[in-house]
Write a protein that binds this ligand. Structure first.
Ligand SMILES: [Zn+2]
Length: 274
């Protein structure tokens, strides 16, 4: 079976073709702001199934909410792509695809309960239990909007002190005066990265207390700086977790990197039961 996977992000769209369970081709292009332009880019593509990992809430094939790609909001993307290609199309949130890929083909292999976090402009996440995505009543796992400091800064979601309002890349860079997290990493700014690790660790401690996952996989662009925030993150995880020493939780960095969500999309398209 030939599967095309797309990972549509706020600025770039990555794609890959899978055949016989392996990735045989991949690439990337700038995400068109106009959904019609995206449809033109997939017209005539040969695939039995197509998986679309999307940066936003996806519900029954429709983009329900997307702060980074508002032009796609309300678009019935799965149906429209299906019409252009004749393929069966599934649409899923990109962080869900990321964690599914990591749980089954990446750093979470062999674990029963895998929590994944994507660290970037937003802080996304997903949860895989026994090889299947946990979706709650529809929109589970928004770790970026976990409130870690009720007196903290306002968040784009309307709440205050969400993890994302503190360490989402934009907020973090604005606070410490960097144009990007990459620049903050190059500067090895200890104060900035201690701050980052501290708040991330507090959120992780809360998640671990509730879920007791056997693996937590950290991905997204800012995970590249993990060496700089690791010790402050672990200090907060250990002090905020009940019986940390008794737990088996492994905290690991993504193994599939840029391809994690493409793999997760492929797994969903090939086995719709996930
Ligand atoms: Zn929020």
């Amino acid at each position: 079976m030939r599967v095309l996977a797309l990972d549509i992000g706020g600025s770039r769209t990555k794609w890959a073709v899978f055949q016989g369970g392996e990735m045989v081709e991949s690439g990337a292009f700038p995400t068109p702001r106009d959904p019609d332009a995206l449809l033109r880019s997939v017209r005539g593509k040969e695939a039995h199934r197509i998986a679309v990992a999307f940066a936003g809430f996806a519900h029954e094939g429709t983009v329900a909410f997307s702060p980074n790609l508002p032009e796609y909001q309300g678009v019935r993307l799965a149906d429209l792509i299906s019409r252009e290609t004749g393929a069966r199309v599934i649409l899923e949130n990109d962080a869900n695809c990321f964690v599914l890929g990591e749980a089954l083909r990446g750093a979470g292999r062999g674990a029963i309960c895998v929590l994944g976090l994507t660290l970037g402009t937003g802080i996304g996440g997903g949860l895989v239990i026994d090889g299947r995505l946990y979706r709650g009543a529809g929109f589970a796992l928004e770790p970026g909007h976990t409130i870690v400091d009720p007196d903290g800064p306002p968040c784009a979601c309307g709440s205050r002190g969400c993890l994302e309002s503190l360490i989402g890349e934009r907020a973090f860079c604005a606070r410490f005066g960097y144009p990007s997290a990459r620049k903050a990493a190059e500067a090895k700014d200890e104060k900035a990265w201690d701050f980052y690790g501290h708040w991330l660790g507090i959120a992780l401690a809360n998640f671990i207390n509730i879920l007791d996952p056997d693996a937590v996989v950290l991905g997204g662009g800012v995970a590249g700086a993990i060496g700089l925030f690791w010790s402050s993150m672990m200090a907060a995880v250990e002090s905020g977790t009940v019986k940390w020493k008794m737990r088996k939780t492994r905290l690991v960095r993504s193994e599939l990197g840029e391809h994690a969500a493409l793999w997760g999309g492929y797994i969903l398209a090939a086995n719709p039961g996930h």
